[in-house]
Design a protein around this ligand. Structure first.
Ligand SMILES: [Zn+2]
Length: 189
């Protein structure tokens, strides 16, 4: 018996100069492949990324994420899922970044629910970036500690960028993290 899949809803946005097409489809497909064995999938009620005017790199300590988040709110004021904002991250070594309610400096002091920034400067060949960042949102502030298993989607290492050559590391979503995602604030009712 295949029950109805639980949806994890996302609302996608793109900054003016982001190379969003580089990562968008591969990351959606990568997330759905990881979620499928757990009878979950992404829901994208607002469709392809919605443009926001921000240009240039995003630096967390400068409050840039809060600026992006406010622009996303202006573009789509109705909360339909966790915001996923495709942009150029100031730190070129990370695929994505989760901003939490408690990150006051990044948020310019506004208590947004957790949201995700996705770098378009490189593509994670493992395709697990969305699910990895979603797992971050399920932990309390500073309570998220990466997994040491390189095959885990919640490990820090083993993700290979399309900018470098090297062996691909197969990623899995364990039951423990899947269970956390089932209770995420952006799951379908
Ligand atoms: Zn992480």
């Amino acid at each position: 018996m295949a029950g109805k899949k639980l949806k994890l809803n996302i609302a996608c946005f793109k900054t003016g100069d982001s190379d969003w097409k580089r990562v968008y489809r591969p990351y959606i497909e990568g997330a759905n492949a990881l979620l499928k064995p757990h009878n979950m999938e992404l829901g994208i009620p607002s469709g392809d990324p919605i443009g926001i005017p921000y240009q240039g790199p995003v630096w967390p300590d400068a409050g840039d994420p809060g600026t992006l988040r406010a622009q996303a709110h202006n573009a789509l004021s109705q909360g339909v899922g966790i915001p996923l904002i495709f942009c150029i991250l100031g730190d070129p070594t990370v695929f994505g970044m989760t901003i939490k309610t408690e990150d006051a400096a990044a948020n310019n002091g506004i208590g947004w629910l957790p949201y995700i920034l996705i770098s378009t400067s490189m593509r994670n060949r493992a395709g697990d970036t969305i699910v990895h960042e979603m797992v971050h949102t399920t932990f309390p502030h500073r309570g998220d500690i990466h997994d040491s298993d390189p095959h885990s989607i919640f490990s820090e290492n083993g993700n290979i960028s399309d900018n470098v050559s090297g062996p691909e590391v197969e990623k899995r979503l364990s039951k423990i993290y899947a269970e956390r995602l089932r209770h995420a604030y952006f799951k379908s009712a």
